[in-house]
Each structure stands twice: as structure tokens, then as C-alpha cells.
Design a protein around this ligand. Structure first.
Ligand code: DC
Length: 218
């Protein structure tokens, strides 16, 4: 009998720490990792480069043919790109265009870790382990704020207030949860990891325990 490849789905809202957890799980279990949010960020950025409107399904669909080199653009990590990604991700043709690429990554023979919003529900419903990572909007805003402060200190840029970050996170949560296509929600068989009061190391250790339990259950 051949063992089933280990596929780990990590979903959750913006700035919940799911990316950090997914990376740590990939390193721990020796698996490749795909940050699916980056694909939506690239589409959002490409819409602007095309001079299009991110709220137009046709403009957003056309931007799905972005060049792979765009995925390495540091601008994709910005708050502005995150907001654009959230807007283009509501369009069904965009989700359909990005589906195959994510599905192929999830189905590679050696297993994989993917993080996003709909990995456990749509992209890899058969995943061995599904985590739904959450944290209070206050905790997420505080983390994002200190990250941005560090970033701005390095670049000497202008500051954003904590209240602005909280409002932006809440707006993105609402859009990601309420959209008709593959809304952000925990799969029925996902384990919820609330890391509001955890350090990064504690939340990674808990995520590893959750995956190990799921592997034992088979
Ligand atoms: O994880 P992130 O912040 O990079 O995601 C940016 C946006 O992309 C998010 O607000 C919604 C969208 N997204 C999605 O709809 N489905 C995914 N699997 C990943 C991201």
C-alpha cells in the first residue's frame, strides 16, 4: 500500500499568521509551499499595469495572464496590493483561471502546503490536515502595525495609524467572507487555531500538533 501524500490546507483571514504557519509547516514536514494570496495579488497589480478597473470582471479576468516574473515583485506584499487582491478575488472568472494552477500544486505526488482562503473548501477538499487560523482583529492590526513600523523605519516612509489598519482589515474580512464565490469560511473538518494570545513559536508548535494528529487519524 502506498502512503497518501501529505497535503496541508491553511486558511484564514488577512494577517492571521497563516502564511508564517504555512511556511513553518512546510519546513517541518519537508513539503513545498504555495502562498495562493500572492496569485490574487499579482492579478490585482496586473489590472493596474493594464490600466484596468479591479472591480470589472472582464478587466480582472484579462489580468490573470500576468507574467510569472511579477510574482517576485516586492510591491505585491504591500497593503495596497492586498486590497486590490481582495477586490479582484470576488470575480468568478478570476477564481476559475487560478484554480488549475493551485490544484496542480496541491496534487503533486510528494504532497504540499497551501495557504489562502478556500484551500480546505475548494482547492484541496481532500487535504490530510486543514487548519483555519484566526486571531482577533485587534491582535492582527497590532502585528501588522509593528511590521509596518519596522518597514517604514527602514525606508523612512509615512506612517499609517493603528485605527486605519484595523478598519482596513475589517473591510477586507467582510469582503472575503461575504462574496458569493468561495467565501472565506472554515471547512467543516478544519481545526480552528486561534492565536490571538499566542507567540509565533507557540502558534507554530500548535499547528504542528494539529497536523500530527490528523496524520495519525489518516
Ligand atoms: O492572503 P493574502 O492577504 O495575500 O490575500 C489577499 C487577498 O486575496 C484576500 O483578501 C482574498 C484573496 N484570496 C482569495 O480570495 N483566495 C485565496 N485562496 C487567497 C487569497
Amino acid at each position: 500500500m502506498t502512503a497518501r501524500p501529505l497535503v496541508i490546507a491553511v486558511d484564514g483571514p488577512t494577517a492571521s499568521g497563516k502564511g508564517t504557519i504555512a511556511q513553518a509547516l512546510a519546513a517541518h514536514f519537508g513539503l513545498p509551499h504555495l502562498d495562493t494570496g500572492l496569485l490574487y495579488r499579482a492579478v490585482g497589480r496586473q489590472v493596474l499595469l493594464n490600466g484596468g478597473n479591479p472591480d470589472s470582471p472582464a478587466d480582472a479576468a484579462a489580468a490573470c495572464a500576468f507574467p510569472d516574473a511579477l510574482l517576485a515583485d516586492p510591491e505585491l506584499r504591500s497593503e495596497a496590493s492586498g486590497g486590490l487582491a481582495s477586490r479582484v478575488s470576488v470575480h468568478a472568472p478570476v477564481r476559475a483561471a487560478l484554480f488549475e494552477r493551485q490544484r496542480a500544486f496541491a496534487c503533486q505526488p510528494g504532497g504540499a502546503v497551501l495557504d489562502g482562503r478556500d484551500i480546505g473548501t475548494v482547492i484541496a477538499p481532500e487535504a490530510t490536515a486543514k487548519l483555519f487560523v484566526i486571531a482577533s482583529v485587534e491582535a492582527r492590526a497590532r502585528r501588522r502595525f509593528s511590521e509596518m513600523q519596522r518597514h517604514h523605519e527602514q525606508r523612512g516612509g509615512s506612517a499609517v495609524t493603528l485605527a486605519e489598519i484595523e478598519a482596513d482589515l475589517a473591510a477586507r474580512d467582510a469582503r472575503d467572507r461575504s462574496r458569493a464565490e468561495a467565501p472565506l469560511r472554515a471547512a467543516e473538518d478544519a481545526v480552528v487555531l486561534d492565536n490571538s494570545a499566542m507567540t509565533k513559536d507557540e502558534s507554530v508548535a500548535e499547528a504542528i500538533r494539529i497536523v500530527e494528529r490528523a496524520v495519525r487519524r489518516g
